[in-house]
Design a protein around this ligand. Structure first.
Ligand code: DOR
Length: 444
């Protein structure tokens, strides 16, 4: 049979649910049509992937792209450009924009702005508040909705639900897994005097590990009481990893490359407020604890928590400086460097960035290289050594805390639904991003 495909990716090392091996991939109409030896087949385009690894598309399930309202920092176009330049094929974006994404209108507006303007596929979280609680069951079923996100400790923006009674009301009504920023607001308020003006080393002293653990414990209790599933974002402490190990039935969790790569106090001494984020980067033993969570399978997904602020904003004196750093473009290269250093396998990386998101969020047709699935690929050169630089960063913020850091392992190609959108550092297609489809929100 002389098969014909739109595109064939030829002779790449495919990393997949059946292991790692040399394969060709045939694409038709944006979907994977065949995997194997396609030497006899023809195609509109054949792309030589010899020497490269083909991974299922990397999904970054926590980014802040700032549109609407804060577009001097980032917008959906620039943020998603940064994503695909870094090998990311889909993002889940957070609701702390202005206006907050807490109404049907604000959610619909984001979808409209994103459609065919973002370079990668996308989903948006809807913010849970005291005021919109009764509408959440309807909102969380909107196409393109990643679920409900709640800040139980305050961070950038005005979203906050800090008390158990209000949180319980949210838990009672929602159906899908909800995502949480877990730092205990009461403890954060009590400890505010511990912030030292001009010294970001005091950031993890103020927002300490107890505040994170307390919040995570409260969320797990509420999840058990109400029979709901929670996703704890950006885990920052070894105690939470050990605690969550015993609660995998109700709780999933995310780690960020920042918490796996940096350690206090060194990062604050070297980078100042550029290393300031919430929850904070902590000491090396917490970092080791999060790695233990990666090794032991406790961590479910990686999210970059891409949270851009301008250099002028970050130059304010701590604690007036805002929390957050860019990350969507550096997730893949940093983690490949960790793969090359032997800290995790390539298979575990794929589990954390493709299979993990698909499993937790019930994503339709993404997260595996399988016939019938979307042809989303992150193509990487594991041997390539490259320095991360501010110049390379496509985010409007224009900086990375890893400026000048040399890594081994580099994203060289990004495919979104069969379309090559980035190749060897160049954008190669128009922006045709579409909403990620979830099993729970598919139209009947
Ligand atoms: O450091 C952070 N920055 N943590 C968050 O949770 C929010 C984010 C932002 O939006 O700037």
């Amino acid at each position: 049979m002389n098969q014909r495909f739109d595109t064939i990716l030829k002779s790449g090392t495919v990393v997949n649910q059946d292991g790692e091996g040399l394969r060709d991939i045939g694409i038709v109409d944006g979907r994977i049509s065949a995997i194997g030896s396609l030497a006899q087949a023809s195609a509109g385009e054949v792309i030589d992937c010899k020497g490269l690894h083909i991974l299922p598309g990397v999904m970054d399930t926590q980014v802040h792209f700032r549109e609407p309202g804060l577009t001097h920092k980032e917008d959906l176009e620039t943020g998603s450009r940064s994503a695909v330049m870094g090998g990311v094929t889909a993002v889940f974006e957070m609701p702390n924009t202005n206006p907050l994404t807490v109404t049907e209108a604000a959610f619909g507006d984001k979808i409209k702005r994103a459609h065919h303007r973002m370079h990668c596929d996308f989903a948006f979280f809807i913010g849970g508040t005291r005021e919109n609680v009764q509408d959440l069951p309807e909102f969380e079923r909107a196409p393109g909705c990643a679920g409900v996100k709640v800040f139980i400790g305050s961070s950038t923006g005005a979203l906050l639900v800090e008390d158990d009674a209000s949180l319980r009301r949210i838990f009672q009504v929602i159906r899908r897994r909800a995502a949480f920023h877990a730092e205990d607001e009461y403890r954060l308020n009590e400890r505010k005097p511990l912030r030292v003006e001009g010294d970001p080393r005091s950031h993890p002293v103020w927002r300490d590990e107890v505040a994170a653990l307390m919040a995570t414990e409260r969320l797990v209790k509420l999840a058990r009481e109400t029979g709901k599933r929670i996703h704890v974002l950006h885990i920052s402490t070894k105690e939470e990893i050990l605690y969550l190990r015993d609660h995998k039935d109700v709780a999933s969790c995310e780690a960020t490359p920042h918490h796996l790569t940096m350690a206090a106090p060194e990062c604050y001494e070297r980078l100042g407020t550029h290393a300031q984020m919430n929850p904070p980067v902590r000491s090396a033993d917490h970092r080791a604890g999060i790695w233990y969570g990666i090794e032991q399978g406790i961590v479910d997904v990686l999210g970059s928590d891409h949270a851009p602020h301008t250099l002028e904003e970050k130059a304010k004196t701590y604690p007036a400086s805002p929390s957050g750093m860019t990350g969507v473009q550096t997730l893949v290269p940093l983690m490949l460097d960790h793969v090359n250093a032997g800290r995790l396998s390539l298979a575990r990386f794929v589990d954390l960035t493709s299979a993990g998101p698909a499993r937790l969020f019930n994503i339709a047709c993404k997260g595996r290289i399988a016939a019938g699935y979307d042809a989303d690929f992150t193509i990487v050169d594991l041997k390539r050594s490259e320095a991360i630089t501010n110049k390379w960063i496509a985010s409007r913020a224009g900086w990375t805390p890893y400026d000048g850091v040399r890594v081994q392992g580099w994203p060289v190609g990004t495919f979104v639904r069969g379309r090559r959108v980035m190749w060897q550092g160049e954008l190669t297609a128009a922006s045709l991003g579409e909403p990620v489809r979830f099993l729970e929100t598919l139209k009947p």
